[in-house]
Design a protein around this ligand. Sequence first.
Ligand SMILES: Cc1cc2nc3c(=O)[nH]c(=O)nc-3n(C[C@H](O)[C@H](O)[C@H](O)COP(=O)(O)OP(=O)(O)OC[C@H]3O[C@@H](n4cnc5c(N)ncnc54)[C@H](O)[C@@H]3O)c2cc1C
Length: 378
Amino acid sequence: MDFILSEEHKMLRTTVRDLAVKKFAPMADELDRRQEFAWDNFKAMSELGLTGIGIPGEYGGSDGGELSVAVAVEEIAWACAATADILDTHLCLCTKPIYTFGNEEQRKKFLPPLIKGEKVGGFAITESEAGSDIAAVKATAVRDGNSYILNGTKIFMTNGDVAGTAIVFANIPELGSRGMTAFIVEDGTPGFTKGKKYDKLGMRAATNADFIFEDCRVPVENRLGEEGKGMRICLAILDHGRIGIAAQTLGITRAVLERSIEYSKQRIQFGAPISQNQAISWMLTDMAAQLEAARLLTHKTAFLADQGEPFTVYAAMAKLTASELCMKAATQGIQIFGGYGYMMDSPMQRYFRDAKLTTIYEGTSEVQRMVISRSLLR
Ligand SMILES: Cc1cc2nc3c(=O)[nH]c(=O)nc-3n(C[C@H](O)[C@H](O)[C@H](O)COP(=O)(O)OP(=O)(O)OC[C@H]3O[C@@H](n4cnc5c(N)ncnc54)[C@H](O)[C@@H]3O)c2cc1C
């Protein structure tokens, strides 16, 4: 195993960092206040080919693998975590899964507009009674000739209000508890409507809305994978998605650390910079050491995925470790900024609000612990 990024990954990091510094960082607070989908950032990411990472060039993708996703997402999240959230959902939860689980016709039909950024991707499993317990999904898909009729409501969908293509999970009733099946559903399909847009604590430029299916007729050719294979597909998608979330947290934590170092060196109390107090400098050193550890774990997970090795438990460990660190670092960042850290015009408050989500979505920290402990105690 090589602990140094390849020249290709270094080049990707430099290119994405440049975009993040010049375009995403200056707008991040404004986009957060507006709480509108960050269209300009989405377009910029697609122009750079980021919406096609992990997909072969013959489909219009940019090649690369999970490590490329991790490297790019960290840089974006350093500047604007909501923009990284948009990319994660679009790429890891919709576009790449269509490549991985789709047939040739589906790849040719659905991938180009997603990769070019003409359509935004979404992913819909969660319902009001099916959160951590995804097997409790109530949405149904009943076969009728050459179509399935979908009924049900999905809540909290990231990119939901703007999604043009989404992967949606529903149960085929006659298959009983093994009926979960995945479908590709396009915006504009009769019977598919978007519900209320949410007012969120953080990640506010990645907007969320409900998906409502009322006798929504989806053609059989839009079924992703076989009937009854939806649970397996969903869990596999989430394994990959968790690498993206871990990478988001690396970017947020790095931003917190950099801002905290800057501030603690210039803030004078008792006649000296507060950084000269061990209480402060040790917070910074722990943050730096743990960030490095979380990055190693995230990159190792991405490396395993790229090698085709099993990585489910590593993905859970990476997301758990990196997101819990991120929340702790963001809390300490506010502490280091003192009273100013608590004000809405300080840089820390956005990191704190954005960080919290990373311990919740794509499986809460408790769910990651369930995945890890099951494997330990098997
Ligand atoms: C901003 C945002 C964006 C999202 N985007 C999407 C999306 O794009 N697509 C999508 O499908 N979903 C999305 N979700 C849903 C998200 O994945 C769920 O919210 C998450 O999985 C938790 O489910 P829940 O909210 O129902 O919480 P619950 O499952 O009700 O959990 C509540 C609490 O109980 C704990 N808990 C539950 N079961 C156990 C257990 N067995 N042991 C220990 N503790 C337990 C949980 O860890 C949590 O702390 C999003 C959510 C948010 C907030």
